[in-house]
Design a protein around this ligand. Structure first.
Ligand SMILES: [Zn+2]
Length: 512
């Protein structure tokens, strides 16, 4: 019988902590639901001590997710472990993941302790965590730079104290494949109780070797792999789970292991994570990039036409990728919209059909034809907009003159009142419309990043504007989507203003 490799996804913890703007609890829950559907064994939902928001979202995920184990991260500190334990209390399938540095470099220069004290702290924390769940994972942070003698010593003690999963992280992405092989081989040879625990690896991609190292670790006996969808994460990112999962499937002949993953959900999960995290997938990205299955040279195209296996090692449909070409018009019904969303791999819980259909009709009137990528963009845009938005763009006009001056006028609905303002600037039409909006809303916002991408093809493609702003030392991310790029720019700003306005209302309520 083939043995199983457990997949631990840390998109919501290691991946999320590297995003420019943090995700809302609702967005994290949507990612968790899609990971569950994809058959992920363990979802590391967050680091609850890091913020009340993270605590709440780990709690919400623990309540909703039934088929994946929920894991909560903690340092070797009593309060961390208590908060982690409380956050997952609603789940009856949970894990606490404790981490502590074990390399001499980290323990002397960061923790200022000796190795005996490290072992003592670790064992004390494991005992504390075992009060909340019988499934405790321990990560020896910077394990790949820890001396093998120290690593063997602490691992034996940890297993004896009840740890079921020992994680060997390559925290700084420094290891190369045969090095990680040697570490794991030595653990198996030298730690007498090693068979009582699962060995896991958590690799970072600083040298582009996260996936290679993880595969090597499997060959040495590791049976849990940690990583993120699309490889998002600190610095160069984590092990890309879709790559590991497909490598295990495609090279089953050599690796002789399998996973519990529902492979046909991979493409959809990758898309959802990319959309929600606002992290575009490079076109040449393995497995899920838009060119991953495209053959451009004539010789290859010819070969593929004769027999796909000539140049294709995987069938695109095995990851849920379908070649959907559709052309909807305003005469298309709700069922047609739903049908094409199904075809693209989205399930009805992934989006709101009423909102999507309303937005679709509006766009179909404007553009005439609507394509699959338009539908996708609309479906995810609607998730960003709440029904009860306070600010609403009613009208705008912009004029740019060749002498460098731009003038914008806007009419905004604020609650139930309408205001009109205009502004003139030398910095172009987007700055003019932002200044006019600011004259109405008066939020001291600093624009940090502005990005425009065409969603779709041709001259009637939708323009998506992503902006990052700073307000009161916090970063906010807004998206606007329209055929007119000035309108997308304005909508992206209004998207953020609505988020800030809502936060202010919540704070006012809390202060009462
Ligand atoms: Zn990490």
């Amino acid at each position: 019988m083939k043995s199983k490799v457990i997949i631990l996804d840390t998109t919501l913890r290691d991946g999320e902590q590297a995003l420019q703007a943090s995700l809302s609890a609702k967005e994290k829950l949507r990612i968790a639901l899609s990971l569950e559907k994809c058959g992920i064994d363990i979802i590391e939902a967050g680091f609850p001590i890091s913020s009340p928001g993270d605590f709440k979202s780990v709690q919400a995920i623990s309540r909703k997710i039934k088929n994946s184990k929920i894991c909560s991260l903690a340092r070797c500190l009593e309060k961390d472990i208590d908060i982690a334990g409380q956050a997952i209390s609603a789940s009856n399938n949970s894990r606490i993941h404790i981490f502590l540095a074990t390399s001499t470099l980290h323990i002397t220069s960061k923790l200022r302790k000796n190795f005996d004290e490290i072992i003592e702290m670790a064992i004390f924390s494991v005992k504390k965590a075992l009060r909340y769940t019988n499934d405790v994972q321990f990560s020896c942070e910077d394990a790949s730079r820890t001396t093998i003698d120290n690593l063997c010593r602490i691992v034996e003690k940890l297993i004896k104290s009840g740890v079921k999963t020992i994680n060997i992280p390559d925290t700084v992405g420094y290891t190369i494949p045969n090095e990680i092989c040697s570490i794991i081989n030595q653990l198996f040879e030298r730690v007498p109780n090693i068979h009582k625990a699962v060995i896991s690896v958590h690799c970072h991609d600083d040298l582009g070797m996260a996936v290679g190292n993880s595969i090597s670790a499997i060959q040495s006996g590791a049976r849990q792999i940690e990583g993120t969808i699309n490889g998002i994460g600190e610095r160069a990112g984590n092990t890309a789970l879709e790559e590991i999962i497909m490598a295990i499937k495609v090279r089953e002949d050599i690796l002789k292991v399998s996973t519990n993953i529902v492979h046909k959900e991979i493409y959809r999960t990758s898309k959802i994570v990319s959309q929600i995290c606002n992290m575009p997938i490079p076109s040449n990205k393995a497995i899920v990039g838009s060119n991953a299955f495209a053959h451009s040279s004539g010789i290859h195209q010819d070969g593929v036409l004769k027999n796909r296996q000539n140049y294709e090692i995987m069938d695109p449909s095995s990851i849920g990728l379908k070649d959907v070409k559709l052309n909807l018009t305003s005469r298309s019904g709700r069922a047609a919209v739903k049908y094409y969303m199904d075809e693209m791999g989205y399930k009805k819980n992934d989006y709101n059909i009423d909102d999507l259909y309303a937005a679709f009709l509006k766009l179909a009137d404007k553009k005439g034809q609507v394509f699959d990528y338009d539908l996708e963009a609309l479906a995810f845009m609607n998730q960003q907009q709440e029904e009860s938005d306070y600010f609403l763009l009613k009208f705008f006009s912009v004029q740019s003159i060749s002498n460098g001056l731009s003038t914008a006028s806007v009419k905004l609905l604020c609650g139930n009142k309408t205001y009109t303002e205009s502004a003139t600037t030398r910095n172009g039409p987007v700055d003019a419309i932002y200044q006019a909006i600011n004259r109405i809303t008066h939020f001291p916002i600093v624009l940090q990043k502005f990005q425009l991408v065409a969603k779709g093809r041709g001259k009637d493609a939708l323009g998506q504007v992503d902006i990052l702003v700073e307000y009161n030392n916090r970063k906010f991310h807004g998206i606007g989507l329209a055929t007119d790029i000035i309108e997308s720019s304005a909508q992206a700003m209004i998207n953020i203003l609505n988020i800030i306005w809502k936060l202010q209302q919540i704070n006012k309520k809390l202060r009462k």
